[in-house]
Design a protein around this ligand. Structure first.
Ligand code: HEC
Length: 470
């Protein structure tokens, strides 16, 4: 009876070809890390579902966007949960896609005949980064405005068409309502549609070109034909191959389960991303980005100010071009780690650098670029404890990424030691909390503890008595 119902279902719903070609095929034996692809697929599924639920309430208009996010978080039943899941699962996609990518570089997964799979994957990688980026702009809090400004600034520097790109992205001469509408359309409609056709294509290629086998990793493979022959032999053998359904599916499902559980746990414990005060287009905004871009901020903080603005434009373009070209640049017949020490070192060093930069950025209460080195005290001077604490906070809060102190540090904004008149404690305090409109300094209202504010004010006040450097 059960058998007949099953047969009927398979026949009437046309499932036979799906079973034959997709499920009942031989694939290389899966390892624990082979599950990263299925994990991403599951996470993307969560993104679509939670995103659709958020879209039921979210309002993509400048005067109500922020309020609708607040409503979702605070009043809508389970709204905080859906927003939290969307946020953490989005972060997990960024982490997983990076893992997936480094794994392919480590094993040479981009080598023939899988160049197509790799190229589609690279485009997908950039789509995911753009989704992670456009997502937090939709919250329309202070951070969003800064994020948008960074994007516009990047576009502006594209040769020849920069200005037109900015006009298109903004939807007009100024950053305004149109900009949000465009970001929304991109985030919920255009990029996801594009991405999901690409994901389909990527999976199709994975099915027909397969994943890397043990045999391929152990001997040089000279041609695509040789790879295909090896692949067929390996997957047919019982030592090197297995049935995709159910063996591989169960194995890869484990990683997906672990990551989904972690995502759920983070959502329950930490909840959705914190909302900063509502964006407004007149006052200065807060430069702070999502944690998956921290390494980039950390990196930029190390660059001299004359290079940094160009670097953030060149880096993504250069990375994209190099990644697309990788299968054609690296033509050695070896795959796997053992015979490719350069790539192994490359991946290890890159991952370590990314982690260190992320940590560097994490440790600073970031408003300007963070700095570990506080400004120097003039020789022969000792600061009272409060001012001394302020001196360190001056670096932690990135004040010295704009303000030099008695000639030391970056010359972006005024040096308090060089002022003609005297700033009073009150004036300094007010300025730190909310700089006047139009001043390119972030307001620190609500982001400093009272004692920190006092210490910073004390330090800035005292700097005015520092000897000027000749
Ligand atoms: C992104 C750059 C930037 C950062 C970061 C920054 N500032 Fe400023 N700050 C400015 C600019 C620009 C001005 C306006 C004066 C000028 O044009 O130099 C200013 C002005 C000030 C003034 C008033 C000076 C005057 O002459 O009236 C004070 C006080 C001040 N900043 C303190 C701080 C402190 C304290 C911090 C860190 C908590 C900080 N700033 C971080 C850019 C910055």
């Amino acid at each position: 009876m059960v058998g007949r119902i099953l047969d009927w279902t398979i026949d009437r719903f046309g499932l036979r070809p799906i079973y034959d070609r997709l499920l009942n095929r031989r694939v290389p034996r899966a390892h624990w890390y082979s599950g990263d692809g299925s994990t991403m697929l599951a996470l993307l599924g969560i993104q679509v579902l939670t995103g659709a639920v958020l879209a039921l309430t979210y309002s993509p208009a400048v005067d109500s966007a922020y309020a609708s996010v607040v409503y979702i978080t605070e009043e809508q039943p389970l709204g905080w949960f859906v927003r939290g899941l969307h946020y953490w699962s989005g972060g997990a996609v960024v982490v997983m896609v990076t893992f997936h990518l480094f794994r392919q570089i480590l094993f040479g997964g981009y080598k023939s005949p899988r160049e197509g799979t790799w190229i589609v994957g690279v485009i997908l990688f950039f789509c995911i980064l753009f989704m992670g980026y456009s997502g937090y702009l939709l919250r329309w809090d202070e951070r969003s405005i800064h994020g948008i400004r960074v994007m516009l600034h990047m576009l502006m520097r594209v040769p020849l068409v920069g200005e037109s790109l900015v006009l298109i992205a903004q939807g007009g001469r100024d950053l305004g309502p149109q900009t949000l509408t465009r970001l929304y359309a991109l985030h919920v409609l255009l990029i996801p549609l594009f991405m999901f056709s690409l994901v389909g294509f990527h999976l199709y290629l994975v099915v027909i070109r397969g994943t890397i086998t043990r045999a391929e990793r152990e001997r040089p493979v000279e041609s695509a034909e040789e790879q295909k022959r090896l692949y067929a032999e390996e997957t047919a053998s019982s030592a090197g191959g297995e049935y995709f359904f159910p063996v591989t599916m169960i194995k890869t499902g484990m990683m997906a389960t672990v990551v989904l559980a972690a995502t759920l746990l983070l959502t329950l414990i930490l909840g959705p991303a914190r909302l900063y005060p509502e964006a407004n287009l007149i006052d200065s905004s807060v430069p702070a980005e999502e944690w998956w871009f921290w390494w980039l901020s950390g990196l930029i903080a190390f660059l001299p100010p004359s290079i940094a603005p160009w670097f953030i434009v060149t880096l993504p373009v250069a990375t994209f071009v190099l990644m697309m070209a990788l299968p054609f640049l690296d033509r050695s017949p070896f795959r796997g780690v053992r015979k490719r020490p350069f790539w192994a070192a490359f991946v290890v060093v890159t991952v370590i650098v990314i982690l260190l930069l992320t940590d560097y950025r994490r440790r600073s209460a970031f408003m300007g670029w963070p700095d570990l080195e506080p400004p120097p005290v003039p020789v022969g001077m000792t600061l009272p404890p409060d001012a001394e604490r302020g001196r360190h906070l001056f670096a932690t809060y990135g004040c010295n990424s704009c303000h030099p102190v008695a000639g030391h540090g970056r010359q972006v904004a005024v040096d308090f030691a060089m002022l003609q008149g005297q700033l009073s404690h009150d004036k300094i305090r007010q300025y730190i909390l909310q700089p006047p409109a139009g001043v390119a300094m972030p307001g620190y209202e609500g982001r400093l503890e009272e004692s920190e504010l006092v210490a910073l004010t004390e330090f800035c006040h005292l700097v005015q008595t520092f000897p000027r450097r000749p």
